[in-house]
Design a protein around this ligand. Structure first.
Ligand SMILES: *Cc1c(COP(=O)(O)O)cnc(C)c1O
Length: 379
């Protein structure tokens, strides 16, 4: 029997994660120059990294021959003091993807289940399946999490509920009140992983006081990342905040040096750069307005988004999506590629009529809208 056929069935059944197309790959395929390509496909920060992070990376180069601080002390203490939490409740990850997987590996396994929403971040089903647990996908409500249905979906063997707020790829947001009520309703034997990868893009009045909930709910695991608003996606740094006992459990599973030294240094420096963060939010707010205005002009619908991306309905209205479906969105996606614009198809998220577009700089957003307008004219 071939070796791979002997792998556990739940591993063989994993569908690979589909990342945004890299610029270099499109350049190769289409014979374009990297500089002529606009990538609005992975919710990256169009400003690049903060100047403070750049300086920290340059200064850190001399140290790359040494192993990083496996305990990540400097970054963890910076996070603990900024957020007002116990350092023993901070877990660092190689991206927040890493801490999501640590939570799954620590709490899930065969015979257990995890609950997540339809159209939610793809890593939740992947992390669940990778450890042989059962995924329970709960139908969405208005493209977002239906918390009442998710509460009702919790079974006796459920150990984790995953919630993304705002959600990727839909950009939907739950209110603080809804989330708090949900946390109160969930048994303490079920961990609630609240993924706030896009929290920094929210207006202050829309932000949930989630950190303050940690002392009230020992089953709450908050995850955050330096990949999006902080502009450090390539360095892979994320973190979780949890009860110290939960943090201890996750830390025991972690690779000893899971976060690299340049990432640690850059993240600590970026954490201090509130001016950069404010600029990233301002660029995002303006870019979102620009994209939505453009979509309206082109007669295209969208899912209202609180993230640094928006799902645009290019495949006909969602109600007709049985007919005008993936084929239209796929055609538009490919036509955009030919014009050097990379966006993200989301059919694998159950959104076949949509394309997800990350907010870029003003000229990048304009390139996308111009290309989309030309494609519409030709159709
Ligand atoms: C991008 C994203 C993450 C994590 O990204 P990392 O780069 O691994 O930190 C986590 N959750 C959601 C919902 C995301 O969109």
């Amino acid at each position: 029997m071939p070796l791979c056929d002997l792998a556990p069935p739940h591993i063989r059944a994993i569908a690979p994660y589909q990342p945004g197309k890299p610029i270099s790959e499109l350049a190769r395929e289409m014979g374009l120059r990297d500089a002529d390509i606009v990538k609005l496909a992975s919710n990256e920060n169009p400003l690049g990294p903060s100047p403070k992070a750049r300086a920290a990376i340059a200064a850190g180069l001399d140290e790359v021959a040494r192993y990083p601080d496996g305990n990540g002390f400097a970054l963890k203490s910076a996070l603990a003091s900024k957020l007002g939490v116990n350092i023993a409740g901070v877990i660092l990850g190689n991206g927040s993807n890493d801490v999501l997987e640590l939570a799954a590996r620590a709490l899930l396994g065969p015979g257990t289940s995890a609950v997540y929403s339809e159209h939610a971040f793809a890593v939740y089903p992947l992390a669940t399946q990778a450890v042989g647990a059962t995924g329970i996908e709960v139908p969405a409500c208005a493209w977002g999490h239906d918390l009442a249905a998710m509460r009702a979906a919790i079974r006796g063997n459920t150990r984790v509920v995953f919630i993304a707020n705002p959600n990727n790829p839909t950009g939907t947001l739950l209110s603080a009140g809804e989330l708090h009520e949900f946390l109160q309703s969930v048994p303490p034997t079920v961990a609630v992983v609240l993924d706030e990868a896009y929290g920094e893009f929210l207006d202050a009045r829309l932000r949930a006081p989630s950190v303050s909930w940690l002392s009230e709910f020992p089953n709450l695991i908050l995850t955050r990342t330096f990949s999006k608003a902080y502009g450090l996606a390539g360095l892979r740094v994320g973190y979780a905040l949890a009860h110290p006992d939960v943090a201890d459990l996750l830390n025991r599973l972690r690779q000893p040096f899971n976060v690299n030294s340049l990432g640690l240094a850059a993240a600590a420096a970026a954490l201090d750069d509130s001016e950069f963060l404010a600029r990233a939010k301002a660029v995002n707010d303006a870019g979102m307005a620009q994209l939505l205005e453009g979509c309206e002009r082109l007669g295209l619908g969208h899912i209202p988004s609180h993230g640094n991306f928006v799902c645009i309905e290019v495949g006909g209205h969602a109600t007709e999506r049985e007919n005008k479906d993936a084929s239209v969105a796929t055609r538009v996606y490919q036509a955009l590629l030919r014009k050097g614009v990379i966006v993200r198809p989301v059919a694998n998220y159950g959104l076949p009529a949509f394309l997800r577009v990350s907010i870029g700089l003003p000229d990048e957003n304009a390139r996308f809208l111009d290309a989309l307008g030309e494609i519409q004219e030709q159709a």
